[in-house]
Design a protein around this ligand. Structure first.
Ligand code: HMG
Ligand code: MG
Length: 298
C-alpha cells in the first residue's frame, strides 16, 4: 500500500549549512539554492533568521533570501525563532516562516534559551505576525524520539507540544529526530500512538541520520501513510546544539530509494547530484551520502 508520490522538502541550505564551521561565501549559497531550484524541488528552506552569535554561518540570511532567484511553484522558507527574526524574514519576503522548539526542556533551553512554557508566547506572536503578512507557517518539534541531554522524552509531552503548535495556527508540523536516535520500531509505535490525532497532510518527518537509521525510519513512516519528508542534499549538516548529531537523511539517497520502489518525487537525480557536487566543492570535504560517494568515484 505504497503512495504514488512523496514530497521531499530540502532543508540543506539551512539545516545542512548551519553547522559548517568554515564560512561559505554568500554568493555560493545563493548559487547553490538557485541550482536546487532546478532539481524539481517544490520546497527549499533557504536559511534562518536567528542570532549570528549562535549560528554564525547564517548571518547573511537577509542577503541570501533576498538574492535567490525565486522560481514559480517553489516555496522558499526560513526559520524564525522570534519577532526579531520574523521582521527580517518579512523584509526578505520569504514564502513560509518556520518556527521551532523542542519537546525536551534541556534541548529547548540550549537551543533557544527558554523553557518550553516561556517559548509558547514568543512563537504565538511569530505565527500571528506571519499570518497577518499572508505567510504560511511550518512548526518544528525537536527531540521527538530522544534528547541529547534528557535522554528519554515523554511521548505525551511530545504530543502536547505538537497540539499547542497546531492550536497557534501552524499549517504543517515537522517531527524531528534531532540526534538520529530513533529506530523503525520506535517510529512505528509513535506513529500508531498519534494515529488520528493530526492529519497526515500536515505532518512531515525530519530524520537525522546520525546512526544510519533515517532511511529505515522513513520507510516505516511511508508504510503508515506519511508522505512528507525533510532531506538535506548529500546528507550535509548537523545540529550545533546536539553534540555528535549528523545531517538529515540525504535527499539523494531518499530519492534513489523511492524511485527504485516506483514512488515519484518529482526530482531529477542528475541535477541533484550536480548541485551536490557544487556544494561539496564549496565545503571542501566529501558529503556523506551514498549517491554522492558513487558520483564522486566516477
Ligand atoms: P536570546 O539571547 O535569549 O535572545 O537568544 P534575547 O531575546 O534575550 O536577545 C538577546 C540579543 O539577541 C539581543 O541583542 C537581541 O536583539 C538579539 P542585543 O540587544 O544584546 O544586541 N536577537 C536577535 N538577533 C538576530 N536575530 C534574532 C534575534 N533574536 C534576538 N532572531 C535566540 C534567543 C532564539 C535568538 C537564540 O537562542 C538563537 O538565535 N537560537 C538559534 C538556535 C538555532 O538556530 N538552532 C538551530 C536551528 S533548530 C534545529 O536545527 C532543529 C531542527 O532542524 C529540527 C530537528 O532537527 O530537530 C529545526
Ligand atoms: Mg534538523
Amino acid at each position: 500500500n505504497l503512495p504514488k508520490q512523496v514530497i521531499i522538502k530540502e532543508v540543506g541550505p539551512r539545516d545542512g549549512l548551519q553547522n559548517e564551521k568554515e564560512e561559505i561565501k554568500t554568493e555560493d549559497k545563493i548559487e547553490w539554492i538557485n541550482q536546487l531550484s532546478e532539481t524539481g524541488l517544490s520546497y527549499i528552506e533557504m536559511t534562518s533568521f536567528v542570532h549570528p552569535k549562535w549560528i554564525p554561518q547564517l548571518k547573511d540570511a537577509l542577503e541570501v533570501s533576498k538574492s535567490v532567484n525565486r522560481k514559480e511553484g517553489i516555496t522558499y522558507a526560513a526559520l524564525c525563532p522570534n519577532m526579531k527574526g520574523l521582521e527580517r524574514a518579512l523584509e526578505a519576503d520569504v514564502d513560509e516562516v518556520s518556527i521551532f522548539m523542542s519537546a525536551s526542556e534541556s534541548h529547548n533551553k540550549k537551543n533557544i534559551n527558554k523553557s518550553i512554557d516561556e517559548t509558547y508566547p514568543v512563537l504565538k506572536e511569530v505565527v500571528d505576525g506571519a499570518k497577518q503578512a499572508g505567510k504560511s507557517v511550518r512548526g518544528y518539534v525537536s527531540t521527538v524520539f530522544g534528547c541529547p541531554y534528557d535522554g528519554h522524552v515523554d511521548k505525551q509531552q511530545v504530543i502536547d507540544v505538537c497540539k499547542n503548535l497546531f492550536d497557534m495556527g501552524i499549517d504543517e508540523l515537522s517531527l524531528g529526530d534531532t540526534i538520529g536516535v530513533a529506530n523503525p520500531k520506535q517510529v512505528s509505535q509513535f506513529l500508531d500512538l498519534i494515529e488520528g490525532e493530526f492529519s497526515k497532510d500536515q505532518i512531515a518527518l525530519h530524520f537525522h541520520d546520525t546512526r544510519g537509521m533515517a532511511l529505515a525510519n522513513t520507510l516505516v513512516s511511508i508504510e503508515k501513510g506519511y508522505y512528507i519528508f525533510d532531506g538535506s542534499l548529500g546528507g550535509l549538516g548537523g545540529c550545533p546544539y546536539a553534540k555528535g548529531a549528523s545531517g538529515n537523511v540525504a535527499t539523494d539517497d531518499l530519492v534513489h530509494m523511492l524511485h527504485e520502489m516506483g514512488i515519484d518525487t518529482g526530482l531529477n537525480m542528475d541535477r541533484l547530484l550536480d548541485a551536490g557536487m557544487y556544494i561539496q566543492d564549496k565545503i571542501n570535504k566529501p558529503l556523506p551520502s551514498k549517491q554522492m560517494n558513487i558520483c564522486s568515484r566516477e
